[in-house]
Design a protein around this ligand. Structure first.
Ligand SMILES: NC(=O)c1ccc[n+]([C@@H]2O[C@H](COP(=O)([O-])OP(=O)(O)OC[C@H]3O[C@@H](n4cnc5c(N)ncnc54)[C@H](O)[C@@H]3O)[C@@H](O)[C@H]2O)c1
Length: 282
């Protein structure tokens, strides 16, 4: 299917970045969220991020205007019927995604591929909720989406070769580098990254070091561009907790137990950068 119009479901941290890169690459985008204010905030963020690209001479001011004009914001999910491809980037909760995949299967045309940007939830499981499991796939972008090159392309058990090729080609058209991964809790990225972040939080909780000191160790000793606690704040502590729970449940090993301090911070509404407070203040 010729893909011209892309649906992006969820206009948060990832959804606005995904809408940004599709629109910048010339695709029409239908960006959907549950409330108008989330969509307004997303458009404002995309505008600011495009401005930054103009300032760095990565794109022209005209290209920015054109990209913004390609994005339509909708609360009504039924508007996704116009789309030739969908990326779901809603909250990392199985029940939310399950309901969305059932709805998307009903709303979207038969041949349309439904992809999820989930960080950890089983693509195979989401696929079984639809009548098109061969056309369900993981398209896992990284934060901040306009800058990060990687897209993990995750094959569910039933994902067809054609679907995989289409999504891989799409990632290349967005100037990303696709890497093929099979469906398993946390895929590769979060299976390895999240236990690292969780362990860094344990180190803080146990008084081994301050967040600043933990981050310095990783920046200076391991040449990471940012430390694990800054990264956790950027990802969102609620997202980190949800992923740890998926790893714990899916792999059944106590080593994936979420750190109690992480749970406490999420309970307090300290979700990292997006809420203004996490391990640092923003
Ligand atoms: N934050 C990261 O660094 C990161 C990286 C890669 C993948 N992901 C994944 O991307 C997805 C989104 O994460 P995020 O960080 O953008 O979360 P977020 O909390 O910033 O945004 C989620 C958005 O989804 C919306 N939403 C919830 N239910 C919805 C529904 N039924 N229909 C439409 N919109 C709905 C929320 O209103 C919110 O605006 C998750 O699956 C997450 O695991 C996140």
């Amino acid at each position: 299917m010729d893909i011209q119009r892309v649906g992006v479901v969820g206009a948060g941290t990832m959804g606005n970045g995904i809408a940004h890169v599709f629109a910048r690459s010339g695709y029409q985008v239908v960006l959907c969220d549950v409330e108008q204010r989330f969509l307004d905030r997303a458009i404002e963020t995309i505008g600011k991020n495009l401005d930054r690209e103009v300032a760095k001479n990565k794109i022209t001011a005209d290209a920015k205007t054109a990209a913004l004009q390609r994005i339509t914001i909708v609360v009504d999910r039924a508007r996704l019927a116009e789309c030739d491809f969908v990326v779901e980037a809603a909250t990392e909760k199985f029940e939310i995604k399950a309901q969305l995949f059932r709805d998307l299967d009903r709303i979207c045309r038969q041949g349309v591929i439904l992809s999820s940007n989930t960080s950890s939830i089983s693509i195979t499981k989401l696929a079984t909720l639809t009548g098109r499991s061969e056309r369900v796939i993981g398209m896992h972008f990284f934060n901040p989406v306009p800058m990060m090159k990687l897209v993990e392309v995750i094959r569910g058990l039933a994902t067809s070769h054609e679907t995989f090729q289409t999504v891989r080609d799409l990632a290349v058209k967005l100037e990303k580098t696709p890497v093929e991964v099979n469906d398993a809790p946390g895929f590769v990225s979060n299976r390895v990254l999240m236990p690292l972040l969780n362990e860094a939080i344990y180190a803080v909780m146990e008084g081994v070091a301050t967040p600043e000191a933990v981050d310095e160790v990783f920046k200076l000793g391991m040449a990471h561009p940012m430390g694990p606690l800054t990264l956790a704040d950027f990802i969102g502590l609620d997202v980190c907790l949800d992923i740890m729970r998926v790893l714990q449940e899916g792999l059944g090993d106590p080593k994936y137990r979420p750190c109690p301090l992480l749970i406490k911070m999420v309970d307090a509404g300290w979700l990292g950068k997006k809420s203004g407070r996490g391990f640092y203040r923003y």
